[in-house]
Write a protein that binds this ligand. Structure first.
Ligand code: ZN
Ligand code: ZN
Length: 340
């Protein structure tokens, strides 16, 4: 038996606190899996979506895309998952399965992604959610659910560019931001044999960054603090969401250097275009990863002891959790837990 009504927390309009929300569970398609949610991480992009930073949010909106739970029902075409299996779902719950990106195994770049994301019908701040089997991942049995939850978005977001750019020689990387994404990026980069410098605006994060595996820590908040690092890094992984001096941040790159963005800085976002030409710099982004990367990342994290630092809070305190994240007080990721 599955529940006759799904209960969750929704933003009903821009800028409002989340409120209790219920809806009828959607019909299962042949390849769908219904998951009874036990844990859901709170990602900064949930907050961005509530605030309509991306300009695509429709209300009511139930956030939540670092989902762990147990299979409660499977469609008739699903043979390899069974009721009771512990699984995870990340940001992506569907894709069109037809476009050029889906056809070449990169469904996270699906041409229809805005329509097909896990946001339809609703996310994981709820008692259950439904996704296509292709995006429902069995979890390593000894991995705690709250850690698995965080790896499903924050983990894959940083693992994918770190893995694809790892070159066998010890590249100097700057991880910008020591938060939900950054504290995982430091651990993955260390495990992938980078020479890791953690860059943070908060000097009080030094001890933790070094304990997570950073080789060096530098305070980076403005021109004065960035200037001594000119031409230092092979590449930068930008995981932050706060203000920075992007002109000087880019000048910490060696020539031919690249800044890969997985976080979203405040808009507008400005840097010096002349530097891009004369230093041959590139600014690019990386969006999550494909299902193959996701499975590989979960195994890699398990084998190499990558451990998200989590704080557990009951789902009913979701608004307190959002405030904590907005105020930069989460260490480092809040995971909401459904009361049984
Ligand atoms: Zn996320
Ligand atoms: Zn597609």
């Amino acid at each position: 038996m599955f529940e006759s009504v799904v209960k969750g927390y929704a933003a009903n309009a821009l800028g409002q606190e989340l409120e209790q929300f219920s809806y009828d569970p959607p019909e299962l398609n042949d390849h769908d899996v219904r998951v009874s949610v036990t844990h859901c991480g709170l990602c900064f992009s949930d907050i961005h979506a509530i605030d309509d930073y991306y300009g695509i949010t429709t209300f009511p909106f139930v956030p939540g895309h670092e989902i762990v739970g147990h299979v409660s029902e499977v469609g008739t075409g699903v043979s390899d998952l069974r009721k009771g299996d512990r699984v995870g779902i990340g940001w992506q719950g569907r894709s069109c399965a037809k476009c050029e990106w889906c056809s070449k195994g990169e469904p996270h770049l699906c041409a229809d992604i805005a329509e097909m994301g896990v946001w339809t019908p609703y996310g994981g701040f709820s008692s259950s959610t439904t996704a296509d089997r292709r995006f429902v991942y069995p979890l390593p049995s000894s991995m705690p659910s709250e850690m698995a939850a965080v790896l499903l978005c924050a983990g894959i977001a940083v693992y994918s560019p770190l893995r694809s750019r790892a070159s066998g020689h010890r590249q100097k990387i700057g991880i910008v931001g020591v938060g939900g994404l950054g504290h995982l990026a430091i651990q993955f980069a260390h495990a992938l044999d980078y020479d890791v410098t953690a860059l943070s605006s908060s000097p009080d994060k030094e001890e933790e960054a070094l304990a997570l595996g950073a080789d060096h820590f530098r305070v980076a908040r403005d021109k004065e603090s960035l200037k001594p690092m000119k031409f230092t890094f092979d590449w930068l992984l930008y995981t932050g969401h706060g203000k920075s001096d992007f002109t000087w941040l880019l000048r910490t790159l060696k020539k031919n250097g690249v800044m890969v963005m997985v976080g979203f800085p405040p808009q507008p976002f400005a840097f010096e275009p002349v530097d891009l030409v004369v230093y041959q710099l590139a600014v690019t982004g990386s969006f999550l990863g494909n299902p193959k990367d996701m499975r590989e990342m979960l195994t890699f994290a398990q084998e190499r002891g990558i451990k998200p630092r989590t704080e557990l809070m009951p789902m009913s305190r979701v608004n307190d959790a959002i405030r904590r994240v907005k105020e930069g007080r989460a260490r480092y990721r809040i995971v909401l837990v459904n009361e049984p």
